[in-house]
Design a protein around this ligand. Structure first.
Ligand code: K1U
Ligand code: ZN
Length: 167
């Protein structure tokens, strides 16, 4: 397995819309394993392929406390969104920034698993938030895009300054 570099906001590659996975083979299974390792090492509870500069519709999520519930979603599609919840979000591509975002409370998503089998789940709470956050990444949307224009400008300038210091 390998750790993959994570793109940082405002990198324009985070705006790319990812393409569906057409064939699930060992290269996709290796990508999922590398993304899981990268997510756990960060540490984080989710990661979209977009964030590691691979523009395919694949996400990994583990919202458990003990890394015991790894989920891989290939070509995830939201079928229904119900209710609303507002909670603090972070993002491995926007380090050090946390803010409140409104999301649906309960979602149903269908997707393919690593064997190419069709799956569907209905879930709520943190897993539902994480699924929406990661599918946003596949559509080129970062959580700061849900914030006010003023906050976006401030976050961008803070991260650009930070990247100059660490370069
Ligand atoms: O997509 C990402 O950048 C991952 C992101 C997922 C996420 C977090 C919070 C709400 C919605 C989606 C993260 O994992 S940020 C880090 C984080 O939340 C965390 C890190 C360590 C322990 C617990 C949580
Ligand atoms: Zn993110």
């Amino acid at each position: 397995m390998a750790l993959l570099p994570i793109l940082r906001f405002p990198d324009v590659r985070l705006k790319k819309v990812a393409a569906p996975v057409t064939h699930i083979d060992d290269s996709i299974r290796k990508l999922a394993a590398d993304m899981a390792e990268t997510m756990y090492e960060a540490p984080g509870i989710g990661l979209a392929a977009t964030q590691v500069d691979v523009h395919k519709r694949l996400i990994v999520i583990d919202t458990s406390e003990d890394k015991s519930d790894l989920r891989v979603f290939i070509n995830p599609v939201l079928d229904s969104l119900e209710g609303s919840q507002t909670g603090e979000e972070g993002c491995l591509s926007v380090p050090g920034i946390y803010d409140k975002v409104e999301r649906a409370e309960r979602v149903t998503v269908h997707f393919l698993d690593l064997e190419g089998k069709k799956q569907s789940i209905t879930t709520d709470g943190l897993l539902a938030v994480c699924i929406q956050h990661e599918i946003d990444h596949l559509d080129g949307i970062v959580f700061v895009d849900h914030l006010s224009q003023l906050k976006q400008v401030r976050i961008k300038s803070r991260l650009v300054k930070q990247s100059r210091v660490t370069a």
